[in-house]
Design a protein around this ligand. Structure first.
Ligand code: TXA
Ligand code: MG
Length: 352
């Protein structure tokens, strides 16, 4: 298959390019499109053959369900049924935007989309290109992140090409997304509702509207259960380089530990990558490691925007191991921590 790449204006998408992409979706083919979170690989959600192509292109197990994207809240009743009042309040507050709701599945949605479940995940993205494509194609679009299974989510057309060249029909290149981390996923089919994945919509705002929301992601806790929840960890991004997350309240002690770890690993002949904040960077200037700066400690937005690109960069160097210092957990920090813990597959060093 030949993969076409078309540059598109991120704020005022050219109608003639949107028309080509919409025709491709209608024909049951795969279109990679930008969202405000990450790039998604989309297919007509109502066409089971098209949906099948997504799983094949990504080498994604059929047991992992897809998110259905819609271009208008009015389409929600065509995707989900028995929609509770809280869902409409969340829609009002967060859509278009990076919040995905899990609801009972409407029979029109093929079970291949939901991996055989009776629930469906749905969101309305806010990226102008995504909205224009959804509206012009006149259907709902099933779209997971446009990476190969086990690779970091793509935040550039180049990342998509690395993983999916020759596996998708068309890529719409609109430059880097606004957020760089995937959407927040909330399950509204359980009592109480549960956070399934922290993401671009902060949990703090969700809690204001849903005080009972269950936000316990066991693998994100600090206690001895940190390594628990292997089921949730197993199906996620496992980098070719080993990732180790280092955390602790005493900044000086954490940085000292990181410096000695780099020395130890380098001594063993391992190529070491370091992902640190701008504030921490000077401590590592003499260190035998590939240094990437994530952004400022006080600017988690920038950290989130470039996190996946920097993981891909270090893997390509290549390095054998990547050391990262844990960042604050508030706001987007929770999503950043989630992605790092998953990448580290539970390898967390606590410095006391
Ligand atoms: O920001 C995003 O959500 C991006 C962009 C492209 O929209 N999409 C994305 O899709 O991250 P994906 O497939 O990489 O992640 C979807 C997540 C998975 O963790 C999946 O297990 C969960 O949503 N999910 C989908 N349907 C579900 C369902 N019915 N019940 C529970 N979890 C579900
Ligand atoms: Mg994904």
């Amino acid at each position: 298959m030949k993969t076409d790449v078309l540059k598109i204006n991120p704020t005022r998408p050219q109608p003639e390019i949107i028309a080509i992409a919409a025709r491709t979706i209608r024909a049951g083919r795969l279109v990679v499109f930008p969202t405000e979170t990450v790039y998604g690989v989309g297919a007509d959600a109502l066409n089971p053959d098209a949906v099948q192509r997504i799983f094949a292109a990504k080498e994604r197990p059929a047991s992992d369900p897809l998110i259905v994207h819609i271009g208008d809240p009015g389409r929600l009743p065509g995707v989900a049924r028995d929609i509770p009042a809280i869902a409409w309040s969340l829609v009002e507050r967060f859509w278009p935007g990076p919040l995905t709701l899990v609801l009972p599945r409407h029979p029109a949605i093929p079970t291949s989309v939901t991996a055989g479940r009776e629930t469906v995940a749905v969101r309305m993205p806010r990226h102008p290109v995504a909205l224009a494509l959804l509206r012009r194609s006149g259907t709902a679009i099933a779209a997971p992140s446009a990476n190969l299974f086990t690779r970091p989510s793509p935040t550039a057309a180049a990342h998509v090409l690395q993983d999916l060249a020759g596996r998708v029909d068309l890529i719409l290149d609109a430059g880097p997304p606004d957020i760089g981390l995937e959407s927040t996923v909330v399950d509204l089919t359980t009592t109480p509702p549960a956070l399934l994945r922290p993401g671009g919509s902060p949990v703090e705002t969700l809690l204001e509207m849903m005080p009972t929301l269950d936000v316990r992601l066991r693998y994100l806790q600090d206690d001895d259960e940190a390594a628990a929840g292997p089921g949730m960890l197993a199906k996620h991004y496992s980098p070719t380089a080993r990732v180790i997350l280092i955390e602790g309240a005493d900044q000086t002690a954490v940085l000292a530990r990181m410096r000695s770890l780099v020395a130890e690993l380098a001594e063993q002949g391992q190529a070491v990558g370091l992902m640190v904040t701008a504030e921490d960077a000077p401590t590592f200037s003499e260190t035998p490691a590939h240094l990437v700066i994530l952004g400022s400690h006080s600017d988690l937005r920038t950290v989130g925007q470039t996190l996946f690109a920097k993981l891909r960069h270090l893997e390509a160097v290549p390095v054998d191991v990547i050391l990262v210092r844990a960042l604050p957990k508030a706001g987007l920090g929770l999503a950043i921590r989630d992605r790092l813990v998953r990448a580290a597959e539970g390898q967390i060093i606590s410095v006391d």
